[in-house]
Design a protein around this ligand. Structure first.
Ligand SMILES: [Zn+2]
Length: 132
């Protein structure tokens, strides 16, 4: 059942770790930035300018959605890291076909083959976040 060699798996694991630390760093940066946004939101409120206040709230909502996306990405990578040594890593979770190594290298946290991922995205339409 194992279609990946040990060296292919370590390549993938390295790619996962690299992407994980990059994503985590980005997340921390955005969290810090969001903290600043909230701070200026409070300052804006104190000045009593309602248009600035509205803008600050909009920015806050945007970064909340982005943070959520980044947290999800970090968790996906952590899940993939936890799975990478498993026998069944690299097989589509829906149809069980071996996911091509190329796809795993490009997207190490992929848990579906291209066909099933396409179907999954169709049934869970998320406004074109089709990069997975
Ligand atoms: Zn599949």
């Amino acid at each position: 059942m194992n279609h990946l060699t040990a060296s292919e798996k370590s390549t993938l694991e390295a790619a996962l770790r690299e992407e994980h630390s990059r994503a985590l760093k980005q997340l921390h940066q955005d969290q810090a930035q969001r903290g600043e946004n909230q701070y200026s939101e409070i300052l804006g409120r104190a000045s009593g300018d309602s248009s600035d206040e509205a803008l600050a709230v909009t920015l806050g909502d945007l970064s909340a959605a982005r943070l959520e996306h980044e947290v999800r990405h970090v968790r996906e990578l952590e899940a993939a890291l936890a799975r990478v040594k498993d026998e069944d890593f690299g097989f589509c979770q829906d149809c069980g076909v071996a996911i091509p190594l190329q796809r795993l290298v490009a997207n190490p946290s992929a848990t579906r083959c291209v066909v099933c991922q396409g179907q999954f995205e169709k049934t869970h339409a998320h406004h074109g976040h089709g990069s997975l």
